[in-house]
Design a protein around this ligand. Structure first.
Ligand code: GAL
Length: 419
């Protein structure tokens, strides 16, 4: 009796056992790893020297994917998130490149042959040049082109794919590309940002319905369709009214706006969550811009940081999971990761986030899986190749892959389900 209760106690406090069907994996996105994505708006901006570095050959994953998936298998991953590059599949308006479609068919088949569940993103920040030259996401009527692509791709792969992510981080895209001017098309317009955001929400709703219809027409089991929402843990620096209001507004707008909208339209089968860390609000002056953007410029309430200076805050993941409970939808962590040269920090980051995730699961949050960002070091958008998020190190001089110790530790967890 004593032994049994001791064991129960031990299990409760020390051994964290994830469900046996939990998804364990890592993510990439096409432009960040494939290389030579000639036909998209990022490539064009890179050639025009509008960005710090050009993606170039990136990790040559377009050719080396089989080798990379072998590594994922060796690391006990049972799922893998990647994106299908729209500009490869449709390099010219209405002209589909069948060799690109065949390529992605092989990619999916390769994963499935190894028992790795594909989690497929349809839009991960990059657009075909022809689409952006017509006006891109700033024009409502152009979403029909994205929906045509969705229809094509899902029509091809419905039988093979269960998990779809229509759009990666819609708000990050609209704000970086149309408000902050950091990403192509490098605009600074609040009006356009709002328009793009609404357009993306609408595109998801329609894409969701298209995807479900294709599955119904083919008499396939219901797919799981969502977006990947970038969630941040908004915290106050000083306990002022401005700061409290800022945190409230940011959480409502940046974290929940999209999820609320899509849930209301019944177009989410799960919630895809990308979580990296804390945003410490410290608002100097009244005004909407300050309330939405000001962060503490001093090192108040210091935390460990990644190599881009972002605050590492595992407790934030727990808090967000609890905040999402009200939606009554399963959650898939579609990105969580750290860029660092210190691989011990990477492992601490992963372990601590998994512990917080587990805590939320013990409190009734349904979590389907954990996907680390990223399988390998890659092209980190406007930051170039400097930040290293990968479980696998890439030597960009010769494309050599080297598995990092943190990846092996995560592999043990994926195998045993225990942390
Ligand atoms: C996410 C994005 C990824 C990756 C990651 C690390 O916002 O979806 O593409 O860049 O951040 O910064």
């Amino acid at each position: 009796m004593l032994g049994f209760s001791f064991l129960r106690c031990y299990n409760k406090f020390y051994m964290k056992q994830f469900p046996h069907n939990f998804l364990w994996g890592a993510a990439t996105s096409a432009h960040q790893v494939e290389g030579d994505n000639f036909h998209n708006d990022w490539w064009l901006a890179e050639q025009n020297h509008a960005l710090r570095e050009a993606s170039g050959q990136a990790c040559r994953h377009y050719e080396l994917y089989a080798q990379d998936f072998q590594i994922a298998k060796e690391l006990n991953h049972n799922c893998h998130r990647f994106s299908i590059e729209w500009s490869r599949v449709e390099p010219e308006d209405g002209k589909f490149d069948f060799s690109a479609i065949e390529h992605y068919r092989h990619v999916i088949a390769n994963l499935k042959d190894q028992g790795i569940e594909p989690v497929v993103t349809l839009l991960h920040f990059t657009n075909p040049v022809w689409f952006s030259q017509k006006g891109g996401w700033a024009k409502f009527k152009l979403q029909k082109y994205f929906l045509r692509f969705v229809n094509k791709i899902v029509g091809e792969f419905a039988g093979e794919v269960k998990f779809w992510i229509t759009i990666n981080e819609p708000l990050v895209y609209s704000s970086h590309s149309f408000l902050l001017g950091a990403w192509p098309p490098k605009e600074h317009s609040l009006f356009k940002t709002a328009k793009v955001t609404l357009n993306l929400a609408n595109a998801h709703i329609k894409a969701y319905r298209i995807i479900h219809k294709i599955y119904r027409d083919k008499s396939l089991n219901r797919p799981m369709v969502s977006i990947s929402a970038n969630l941040q843990a908004f915290e106050i620096c000083r306990p002022t009214l401005k700061n409290r209001l800022a945190v409230y507004l940011r959480h409502k707008l940046y974290n929940l706006y999209f999820i609320d909208e899509l849930k209301r339209k019944r177009t989410l089968d799960y919630i895809g969550v990308n979580y990296y860390g804390r945003n410490l609000a410290d608002v100097e002056k009244w005004g909407i811009k300050h309330l939405l953007l000001d962060t503490c410029p001093y090192n108040h309430h210091p935390l460990r940081k990644n190599s881009l200076g972002w605050d590492i805050y595992p407790q934030g993941l727990y808090k967000l999971m609890i905040a999402l409970k009200k939606y009554n939808l399963p959650i898939l962590i579609t990105e969580n990761g750290v860029c660092t040269e210190d691989d011990n920090l990477r492992w601490d980051y992963i372990r601590e986030h998994l512990e917080e995730l587990f805590k939320a699961m013990e409190e009734g949050v349904e979590v389907l899986g954990y996907i680390y960002w990223s399988l390998m070091d890659n092209f980190e958008w406007d930051k170039g190749f400097g930040p290293r998020f990968g479980l696998v190190h890439i030597d960009y001089r010769n494309q050599k892959r080297t598995i990092k110790p943190s990846a092996r530790k995560l592999a043990q967890v994926a195998q045993s389900g225990e942390i």
